[in-house]
Design a binder for this molecule. Structure first.
Ligand code: ATP
Ligand code: MG
Length: 400
């Protein structure tokens, strides 16, 4: 039987990543067929600000990954990033419709819909609603109400909202590359499908995707998403600080960060040396570099700590923090996170997928592909497509 193939397309501020993955029908195993990366364009702090520039890059990335995977990459799950992504908790209530008071899947759908009927500015829309818990006749903490008996069904949901013009720029750019959008995933969740185990999500875990211009946080508890946030700072802020602090060009500062940047201890040497593009040597004090890197990373972690505190999860997530994204390659970041967030911390690795690729930069694209393969068996042409449903949801008018 033919295996199912899908692409994960991670639109980042620094680079675009694409992963083609397949699910084998025989055993359900997911394997990676091709992985490629392309410098980004038209994306600022996670948001698509120039769709035409982005489309050119996506097209070239698509062609490369198709050659590597020897498969077409014309169905993809895509992320949407930027600090315009926000989450709102809301509540819905409906009367159970059946005469015998047994809760049907339609009642559950209605109550989740009811929880989304709150007013939003006209240029904002709900991307997705994640139910946290239901209550049946006032009995709280119900996870699966279908089949239970009751009169009143209530739901608490987290609605993830986005700025509509950015959603449109993103979808237009991707669709113009002859890529069918299977699903749109808020960036903080991209890596959750590739690195988090169901046990971690059950216990309570924070996922931190340390990107170039954004840092994405997603918190899970009792198996469900409980919070997400996007901070408009990332590893590139460290590069910019190095450029200013050491008075170097941006590209040299980026090389210095990758080669010498570390946390927790300076390398001991007083001076470090690196080649300038013109062949001359650039010398800088290692202690100064260490202080610059530490100060900015600390600032970013303080935002995260404050956010966790605001949802009363500061130091209270038993499965700790899992780190992903290119910024997570900074040596000793896991130890630093442990100290700053007072939580066990580790670097994320691919879970439930067979792959040769372990670079944390690709965890987002891998997660998106895994999300696409999760909902199989594949729809038939007569069924309503996921994207059609998504588009309907995106343009739904919410009346106060
Ligand atoms: N070895 C390294 N040490 C420190 N930082 C690194 C290293 N390798 C890559 N980075 C940084 O990782 C960042 C790129 O990560 P990533 O690809 O996850 O970002 P992005 O997805 O493009 O951006 P965003 O998610 O913010 O939109 C760059 O800022 C880069 O400098
Ligand atoms: Mg990213």
């Amino acid at each position: 039987m033919k295996p199912h193939v899908i692409a994960g397309l991670d639109i980042g501020s620094h680079s675009l990543k694409m992963v083609v993955a397949q699910k084998k029908e025989e055993n359900g195993d997911i394997e990676i067929l091709g992985v490629a990366q392309e410098p980004s364009s038209g994306v600022r702090r996670g948001a698509v600000v120039n769709g035409e520039e982005l489309a050119l890059k996506v097209l070239s990335l698509k062609q490369r990954v198709e050659n590597l995977a020897a498969k077409k990459a014309n169905r993809a799950v895509v992320n949407i990033g930027g600090s315009h992504i926000t989450s709102i908790t809301s509540h819905g209530i409906v009367a159970v419709s059946r005469a015998d008071h047994q809760i049907s899947p339609e009642d559950v759908e209605r109550v989740i819909g009811a929880a989304q009927t709150f007013s939003l500015p006209s240029n904002k829309e709900i991307l997705e609603a994640f139910p946290q818990q239901f209550s049946v006749d006032g009995e709280q903490g119900v996870k699966e109400p279908t089949g239970m008996k009751g009169v009143r069904l209530e739901a608490d949901v987290i609605a993830v909202c986005a700025f509509s013009p950015y959603v449109k720029s993103l979808t237009d750019a991707v669709l113009s590359c002859d890529i069918e959008i299977e699903d749109i995933v808020p960036s903080p969740l991209s890596c959750s499908f590739s690195v988090l185990t169901s046990q971690q999500k059950e216990l309570g875990v924070a996922l931190l995707d340390f990107g170039a211009q954004t840092t994405n946080l997603a918190v899970f508890e009792e198996g469900e998403l409980v919070h997400l946030a996007v901070f408009p700072v990332g590893s590139e802020s460290i590069t910019n600080d190095i450029a200013i602090g050491l008075r170097t060009e941006h590209d040299l500062a980026e090389r210095i960060k990758k080669e010498f940047g570390t946390l927790g201890a300076s390398r001991g040497k007083r001076q470090e040396k690196i080649d300038n593009p013109d062949g001359s040597l650039f010398t800088f004090p290692s202690k100064l570099l260490f202080h610059i890197v530490e100060a900015r990373t600390k600032e970013i972690f303080q935002f995260v700590a404050k956010e966790l505190k605001s949802i009363e999860k500061g130091g209270k997530l038993p499965a700790g923090v899992v780190l992903a994204g290119g910024g997570a390659k900074l040596p000793r970041l896991d130890e630093f996170a442990k100290k700053e967030l007072k939580l066990p911390s580790r670097l994320g690795t691919p879970q439930g997928i067979s792959t040769f690729e372990t670079d944390p930069v690709f965890l987002g694209a891998m997660g998106l592909a895994m999300k696409g393969l999760e909902g199989l068996p594949r729809r038939t042409s007569v069924e309503e497509s996921e994207i059609l449903r998504k588009i309907k949801k995106l343009f739904k008018v919410f009346i106060p």
